[in-house]
Design a protein around this ligand. Structure first.
Ligand code: AMP
Length: 216
């Protein structure tokens, strides 16, 4: 199964992608995670993109395509993959189509997770991620049981993402509206789009995703 997951920053794409990928044995490819890992490593790519990420802007299409091509060539993608954070504009959607032709793979579905903008802002500005195991919490909607401590691994390394400040969040949402929304029509026009209501509990959204993909 090969899936593109669409939705605004804060729509829950990453959380749902992790669950679905684990359950279906798919590679979860989060382009944001790949870029953040490059920044944390201090690699050449990381140094190039650090300022762009912090400003909430998009990394260049050419760089993203190189990164994706390399990632899709890894063996864990052979059983299928779930793209989380790519494509983010029309040019990337077209580049993905060409790349899939090159590697002789078809896309099964594009899944859109829809969430109101008010909730997106609340989720993003309150988001905390465990720096050790990657578990995600939210100070407003899903706080850790013990203040400052990860429920999953017990670490006290809960971090606020540097691009989750109010100013950067506003910028990322504007880019989503202007550049990423048109990608939804791109897949709808080809009858590949399914929409999922993204408000409610993690389990509710997961149930809707499974239903939309015919997995239950
Ligand atoms: P995300 O974790 O998906 O919210 O991505 C975090 C940041 O990484 C974005 O705000 C962009 O700066 C960058 N990024 C992630 N995916 C892409 C992409 N497909 N194209 C350009 N920039 C991206």
């Amino acid at each position: 199964m090969r899936i593109v997951l669409l939705g605004a920053p804060g729509s829950g794409k990453g959380t749902q992608a992790k669950l679905l990928a684990a359950r279906q044995g798919l590679a979860h490819i989060s382009t944001g995670d790949l870029l953040r890992a490059a920044v944390a490593e201090g690699s050449e790519l990381g140094n190039k993109v650090k300022a762009v990420l912090e400003a909430g802007e998009l990394v260049s299409d050419d760089l993203m395509l190189d990164l994706l091509r390399e990632r899709l060539s890894q063996p864990d993608c052979a059983r299928g993959f779930l793209l989380d954070g790519y494509p983010r504009n029309d040019a990337q959607a077209k580049a993905l189509d060409a790349l899939l032709v090159d590697i002789r793979a078809d896309l099964d579905r594009a899944v859109l997770i829809e969430v109101s903008e008010a909730l997106l802002i609340k989720r993003l500005t309150g988001r905390l991620t465990c720096g050790d195991c990657g578990a995600v919490f939210n100070i407003h909607t899903h706080p850790p049981e013990k203040d400052g401590v990860c429920d999953s691994c017990g670490s006290s390394n809960l971090q606020h993402r540097s691009d989750d400040t109010e100013e950067t969040v506003a910028k990322r949402l504007a880019i989503y509206r202007e550049q990423t929304r048109p990608v939804i029509d791109y897949y709808a026009a080809r009858d590949q789009l399914v929409e999922v209501e993204g408000e409610g509990s993690l389990e509710e959204v997961q149930g809707r995703m499974n239903q939309a993909l015919g997995l239950d």
